[in-house]
Design a protein around this ligand. Structure first.
Ligand SMILES: CC(C)(COP(=O)(O)OP(=O)(O)OC[C@H]1O[C@@H](n2cnc3c(N)ncnc32)[C@H](O)[C@@H]1OP(=O)(O)O)[C@@H](O)C(=O)NCCC(=O)NCCS
Length: 148
């Protein structure tokens, strides 16, 4: 499937919130996404399939570092390489902004996400105990460092 990658705008927010609500037990609020698209220190990248939002990633930028607090692929598009493509495009965008180090947290039980991150070279750097709620769970902290 051929997806289009671009930055999110206000019109994308209802779709983003819907995808987030379906995927996450503690979903982000609409306001958090509004702030992420309106700030110069963050961006949301979306993957679009024929006008429909299929996935999105959120980054907070503090060059030369960034944080990846949220990446979600709509359930019906999972397991087809879209998460990998979106993360690839996002990392390319970060590189153009002089960012070479990325941090994130992920639930211990979130095997799909952990495998995805590991396959990009993210490494475990620590554990935050009881970081998540609903259900309470530890977070694995991961770090990516561009080598070339
Ligand atoms: C994590 C997520 C973004 C992956 O997106 P996706 O489009 O399904 O992933 P892809 O098809 O691109 O797969 C990329 C890699 O992820 C890993 N992966 C994806 N689904 C997996 C699964 N069900 N089990 C194990 N590993 C999996 C694999 O390493 C895979 O590489 P491979 O196909 O070469 O084995 C998606 O599952 C998702 O949106 N989950 C809910 C939201 C979430 O948990 N986000 C992360 C918050 S930290």
């Amino acid at each position: 499937m051929a997806f289009t990658y671009r930055f999110a705008n206000e019109k994308d927010l209802p779709s983003i919130v819907e995808i987030e609500n379906e995927a996450m037990s503690c979903p982000w609020s609409l306001k958090s996404y509004e702030e992420a698209i309106s700030s110069d220190h963050s961006f949301i990248m979306v993957a679009e399939d024929d006008g429909q939002i299929a996935a999105f990633s959120v980054f907070y930028l503090t060059p030369p570092e960034a944080e990846l607090p949220d990446i979600v692929v709509d359930e019906k598009y999972r397991g087809q390489g879209l998460g990998r493509q979106l993360l690839t495009k996002s990392l390319e965008e970060l590189e153009t902004r002089g960012i070479d180090t990325i941090f994130l947290e992920v639930r211990v039980s979130n095997t799909p996400a952990r495998r995805l991150y590991e396959s990009f070279g993210f490494e475990e750097i620590g554990v935050r105990k009881y970081f998540y709620s609903n259900p309470v769970e530890d977070a694995i902290c991961m770090k990516f460092e561009r080598t070339i």
